[in-house]
Design a protein around this ligand. Structure first.
Ligand code: HEM
Ligand code: HEM
Length: 121
């Protein structure tokens, strides 16, 4: 679980950095919020969770670990693609972003429970 999350995180890192380069080169900062969340909810958060699950395999293999994995990894692409479309002017997509954000939030709550119950000395 940990290693899978680290690999997924690196993909978000590449997408986030490419978007940052695009904004810098084009001097168009419309996608800054997509860039920020791809980097922070994608790269940083998933890599950190991956490292935690690798150090504490009981947390990585638990039911709540799997629930966290799937909610975060289904919700985040929905939220990021939705936010990208919104920033491109597709306004009706807003509820889709909300669905993605709620899935990620539920995933993070599962992560909280998982860390508090499974991460031990
Ligand atoms: C080659 C790498 C990167 C480039 C070229 C880049 C470029 C940019 C640019 C052009 C902006 C918009 C600034 C503005 O709106 O005034 C931005 C915002 C931002 N970047 Fe990056 N970035 C890079 C990597 C990263 C990484 C690795 C992270 C986080 C782990 C990150 C986090 C952020 C955040 C949080 C913002 C929003 C800041 C705000 O709204 O005030 N960036 N970046
Ligand atoms: C489901 C989770 C999250 C939701 C729904 C969310 C939502 C938002 C919203 C609505 C904004 C204001 C955007 C704007 O008007 O520019 C924002 C900004 C920001 N958020 Fe989040 N956020 C989430 C998670 C996070 C996390 C986990 C981090 C950091 C680890 C983070 C870092 C930031 C930063 C740095 C900004 C300001 C940069 C920018 O968007 O220009 N967010 N977030």
């Amino acid at each position: 679980m940990g290693i899978r999350l680290i690999k997924i995180a690196v993909v978000y890192f590449v997408i986030g950095v490419l978007l940052g380069m695009y904004m810098s080169i084009s001097h168009s900062y419309d996608y800054a919020s997509v860039h920020a969340h791809v980097n922070l909810l994608g790269w940083a958060s998933l890599a950190l969770a991956g490292v935690i699950y690798h150090i504490f395999p009981a947390a990585g293999e638990s039911t709540f670990g799997k629930v966290h994995f799937w909610l975060h990894n289904i919700g985040l692409p929905i939220m990021m693609i939705g936010l990208f479309l919104l920033m491109s002017g597709v306004e009706p997509v807003e509820p889709v972003i909300a669905v993605g954000g709620i899935l990620v939030t539920l995933g993070v709550l599962a992560f909280l429970y998982n860390v508090f119950t499974q991460v031990k000395k």
